[in-house]
Ligand binder design. Structure first.
Ligand code: G1P
Length: 294
């Protein structure tokens, strides 16, 4: 079985729910405690063994490329000032030469279209898709859980979790069949999927939450995928077609997800990551408690 080495990160979205913060800063570079959302997500993917990152970007997002590039002046100054700890932190986040690719989506035609834009760079191997604004905290990290499931059962893996009551229609929703042995009963054969089902028609309350392992055959289907929900080319619709010939499993995520494409989700992520910070967590807790007592 081929290993999962590449991850596609669709980042071209306008971030309308987090405006005006996302007006001049790409939404995935907005801050979560001490670094941008994307830095947290890239760390999660590296911990899962991802070697090559394919960012599908839009106009005005060159700051993403710069974030993962060496900043010679900054590094030299930190070195001269003896700030070795932060320097090491900054260097650890950098992309490896040639192991980050940036492709332009050119038009906002939907998640399926964004993933399709990565086809030439991914080539003929299974790959991960990460929706970076869904920031996940878990041990092992979310993508590592998905890749472990892939290594156990092959095919395609979609990470899912329970939608809050009344919210399922905002997401891609899955229908499940038999549960696979192991994985604490969290891995199940998938029998269906639907993108943004009208309220009341959802096959379950389990929504697609933003980590996938997919086979490269998805690209051929995305190439001629018609517009679906919201008039966009939906990844979910192409996955439904791939289900005709390949196996899909849903892995119910064991951890917490923060929707950073939303103001309250972003706030929650900031507090959660601050509280969990190994050095600053205790101080962060004291600050939050102070605030709540006021
Ligand atoms: C996308 C996917 C959807 C998924 C959601 C998670 O939708 O199409 O299946 O549930 O992300 O955030 P979007 O949020 O882009 O409308």
């Amino acid at each position: 079985m081929k290993t999962v080495r590449k991850a596609v990160l669709p980042v071209a979205g306008l971030g309308t729910r987090v405006l005006p913060a996302a007006k001049t800063t790409p939404k995935n570079l907005l801050n979560v405690f001490d670094r941008p959302i994307l830095a947290h997500v890239v760390a999660e993917a590296r911990a899962a063994g991802i070697e090559h990152f394919v960012f599908v970007t839009g106009r005005g997002q060159t700051a993403i490329e710069d974030y993962f590039d060496q900043q010679f002046e900054l590094e030299t100054q930190l070195e001269a000032k003896g700030k070795s700890e932060i320097l090491a932190d900054i260097r650890a986040e950098l992309g490896q030469p040639g192991a980050m690719s940036f492709v332009r989506q050119m038009a906002p035609r939907g998640l399926g279209h964004a993933v399709w834009c990565a086809r030439d760079i991914v080539g003929d191997e299974p790959f991960a898709v990460i929706l970076p604004d869904m920031l996940m905290r878990a041990q092992p990290p979310a993508l590592a859980q998905a890749i472990a499931a892939f290594e156990a059962v092959g095919g395609n893996i979609v990470v899912v979790e329970s939608a809050p009551p009344g919210e399922a229609h905002k997401y891609g929703i899955v229908a499940l069949g038999e549960t696979t042995r192991g994985f604490d009963g969290r891995l199940a054969h998938m029998t269906g999927m639907v993108e943004k089902p009208p309220p009341g028609t959802e096959p379950s309350n389990l929504f697609i939450s933003g980590r996938y392992v997919l086979q490269p055959e998805i690209f051929e289907l995305l190439a001629n995928q018609g517009a679906g929900a919201g008039g966009e080319i939906q990844l979910t619709d192409a996955m439904v077609r791939l289900m005709a010939t390949q196996r899909f499993h849903a892995l119910t995520f064991d951890g917490t997800t923060y929707d950073c494409g939303d103001k309250i989700g972003l706030l929650e992520a900031n507090v959660a990551f601050a509280l969990a910070h190994p050095e600053l967590g205790a101080e962060a807790r004291a600050a939050v408690e102070r605030l709540l007592r006021r």
